[in-house]
Design a binder for this molecule. Structure first.
Ligand code: HXC
Ligand code: NAP
Length: 295
């Protein structure tokens, strides 16, 4: 579940001098991005609700890399917490260059079983959390006249396809997608670029426990849904994220980069299930279809 490839596609020091805040940075993909950014020379603040988890992660990354990681407790669904987070980051680093909105909450459930509070909770973390952080950091950058700033949102492919059984998350992620594309245009004049990543299945404890508990992991083998026949590796996502937060992606704005091995397109293409047919079946089908011409 952890990033195994210690080599980045970017050269050493590519993020030197940058200060990056990652929400949900204590676990899973957030943690992997934090380690990758620090290896490239960035100073990183990781934030989430559980300070004990953040402190352990920060200590491990600093031990692994010799870099700087600041753990700060913050519930992104509470705007007062987010204001304090920003103050703490500025007090410690004097500036902030990039915000990665990665924190999320999710679980599977038939929608008719959900309360209004269940929707509120997920939308509160995913959409309002992203809004709260983006507003606080964006207003700060705009007021200071700072340029060359980056917001990177982590969304998912069902932001545009929708998906049953994770409906609060789908609604919230669709909102994050709209926010990404809207601010990419509105805030470009302030020197703020806004992009997003839509990952396919990347195994993490947080996602797998809530989305594929018990036997579901075997029943719905995620690798089988992916044309490339496997799930993602964390270093593949962290390389993309490193590029998007770096100055090398300076002309990318409003883009949502899908990294899913072709998963969502496989589900979308009407005739893609025909991939299950073997050569003999195709011979027989060809005879039937060609025969239809003379009928
Ligand atoms: C129905 C549920 C429920 C369930 C919670 N609720 N779990 N309803 N089925 N399984 C309801 C509760 O009853 C309550 O409503 C409301 O939701 C809030 O629940 P709480 O437990 O009080 O909320 P909280 O303590 O804030 O916990 C939030 C959480 C939790 C989202 C439920 O799982 C969490 O902290 N998750 C953070 C990490 C996470 O989810 N990571 C996965 C991200 S993966 P009532 O009305 O009863 O009060 C991801 C991947 C996307 O996003 C794509 C994958 C391919
Ligand atoms: P994860 O490890 O569970 O990460 C979610 C993080 O969000 C946790 O660290 C959690 O920490 C934090 N968080 C939850 N509620 C919060 C709140 N109110 N305030 C601040 N932080 C909060 O899961 P993951 O798989 O790495 O997911 C990371 C991102 O990738 C998410 O945006 C997810 O939707 C996206 N994604 C993942 C996959 C995948 O296959 N893994 C696929 C598509 C998209 P605390 O509990 O300490 O707050």
């Amino acid at each position: 579940m952890k990033m195994e490839n210690k080599q980045s596609m970017l050269r050493d020091g590519a993020l030197e001098g940058q200060v990056i805040v990652i929400t949900g940075g204590g676990t899973g993909l957030g943690r992997s991005m934090a380690e990758a950014f620090v290896r490239l020379g960035a100073k990183v603040c990781i934030t989430s609700r559980k300070l004990d988890v953040l402190q352990v992660t920060a200590a491990e990354i600093m031990k692994n890399t010799g870099g700087t990681v600041l753990p700060v407790a913050c519930d992104v669904s509470r705007s007062q917490d987010v204001d304090k987070l920003l103050e703490t980051v500025i007090a410690n680093f004097g500036k902030v260059d990039c915000l990665v909105n990665n924190a999320a909450g999710n679980f599977i459930s038939p929608t008719e079983r959900l309360s209004s509070k269940a929707f509120e909770t997920i939308i509160g973390i995913v959409l309002m959390g992203t809004v709260n952080c983006t507003l606080a950091f964006g207003k700060y950058w705009i007021a200071k006249g700072d340029k060359d700033k980056v917001v990177l949102n982590i969304t998912t492919t069902y932001a545009w396809t929708g998906s049953g059984y994770v409906v609060p998350s789908a609604c919230a992620k669709a909102g994050v997608l709209a926010l990404t594309r809207s601010l990419a245009v509105e805030w470009a004049k302030y020197g703020i670029r806004t992009n997003a990543i839509a990952p396919g299945p990347f195994p993490t404890k947080g996602a797998w426990q809530r989305l594929m508990p018990g036997e579901l992991a075997e029943k719905f083998d995620m690798a089988k849904r992916v044309p490339l026949g496997r799930v993602g590796e964390h270093h593949e996502l962290t390389d993309l994220a490193s590029y998007l937060v770096s100055t090398f992606s300076g002309f990318m704005n409003g883009e949502v980069v899908t990294i899913d091995g072709g998963e969502w397109l496989k589900g979308a293409g009407q005739f893609n299930p025909l991939e299950q047919l073997g050569p003999e079946m195709w011979d027989s089908i060809e005879r039937m279809v060609r025969g239809a011409k003379s009928a």
